[in-house]
Design a protein around this ligand. Structure first.
Ligand code: HPA
Ligand code: ZN
Length: 329
């Protein structure tokens, strides 16, 4: 089974590039920028990766981002992830970045996106990994700040494919961003939003009805509402599920209780993703391997999950077909 998982071509659709910041690289970049990290050793830093909820994780994630200053920093961060992606037999990535995490502390939008984008270009050349870019708004900030960010993205419209919504979920429902997502849709972006990670199924409904999302990030709490399950299945709205993230952030108390199998059995269009792998204890193959073991998923289910990742991606139909035609397992 592990060999099958490793061999399967996969797309990663829910990945925060800032969440791939490995401690070794963090210390290296801090040093070259003459900045101090709150922790004096890698082990001390890793010991802090013990979260009780999403907010505890986010506090550390934003703090770590403080050492990212130059275009090269964003380049190195992204290129390091792409190397890992290659090792995981990921053939296509749709990475999220949070420009506000950086512009809020005085880094230019252009520095962030140009560093990330150059690494994606080089990664495609060096590893054959195709890519899309998702710009995510921070939901703990205002809708006005999201509008400013959307405006900053205008010169980069050709390289940004989708708009997302992330950060602290509870208390910041999708409806807070209805107008800015209407504008993003007008501008032609594909829409995705984190919903139903910690907050209830009503947040998933709002993402659908108010933001008119094309895809949902997480969506675990959708299972609370049979009408929502039916709606998601009938409309083939993909959920980007992240098992190890859910475990580390205590969305589930044990992988044996993870809702993925129930989602599959309910006919939902689910995919497996790593979210913030540097913090959550594993990249994509680890997510597949651990959830397969915990839920005793069959080979057919594993193959289906990998196929779903290609089908739910933003690739064109003919590109999807080329990859799926190679699924001879
Ligand atoms: N949830 C919400 N916001 C995030 C996450 C997450 O898992 N990772 C980075 N930002
Ligand atoms: Zn996420």
């Amino acid at each position: 089974m592990k060999d099958l998982i490793k061999k399967l071509p996969k797309a990663e659709l829910h990945l925060h590039i800032e969440g791939t910041f490995e401690p070794e690289l963090m210390f290296e970049i801090a040093k070259r920028n003459n900045l101090k990290i709150k922790y004096s050793t890698i082990d001390e830093l890793k010991a802090a990766y013990d979260f009780n909820n999403l907010q505890e994780f986010l506090d550390l994630y934003y703090e770590a981002c403080n050492v990212l200053i130059t275009k090269k920093d964003f380049y190195d961060l992204t290129y390091a992830y792409l190397k890992r992606a290659k090792e995981n037999n990921i053939v296509h990535v749709e990475i999220m970045f949070d420009p506000q995490t950086h512009t809020e502390r005085g880094i230019k939008f252009s520095t962030v996106i140009e560093g990330i984008h150059q690494a994606l270009i080089d990664g495609e050349k060096d590893f054959g990994i195709s890519y899309k870019l998702i710009m995510s708004f921070l939901r703990h900030l205002s809708e006005e700040a999201a509008f400013t960010t959307l405006e900053s993205a205008k010169p980069y419209k050709e390289i940004i494919d989708a708009i997302g919504l992330d950060s602290s979920e509870i208390g910041h429902p999708p409806s807070k961003f209805t107008r800015v997502f209407a504008e993003a849709r007008n501008q032609g972006y594909f829409i995705t939003a984190h919903a139903g990670e910690e907050a209830p199924s009503s947040y998933v409904w709002e993402a659908i009805k108010d933001l008119k999302v094309d895809r949902i990030d997480h969506g675990n709490k959708s299972l609370e509402d049979p009408n929502l399950i039916k709606y998601l299945a009938e409309n083939r709205i993909a959920l980007t599920v992240c098992p190890l993230s859910n475990l580390k952030l205590k969305v589930v108390n044990n992988l044996n209780n993870h809702p993925l199998k129930t989602m599959l059995d309910a006919g939902l269009f689910v995919t497996i993703n790593s979210d913030d792998p540097a913090y959550f204890g594993g990249y994509l193959n680890d997510n597949f391997i651990q959830i397969q073991g915990a839920l005793n998923l069959s080979e057919n289910e594993i193959i289906q999950l990998a196929r779903n990742s290609i089908e739910a991606s933003l690739l064109e139909d003919k590109q999807k077909k080329v990859i799926l035609d190679n699924f001879k397992f």
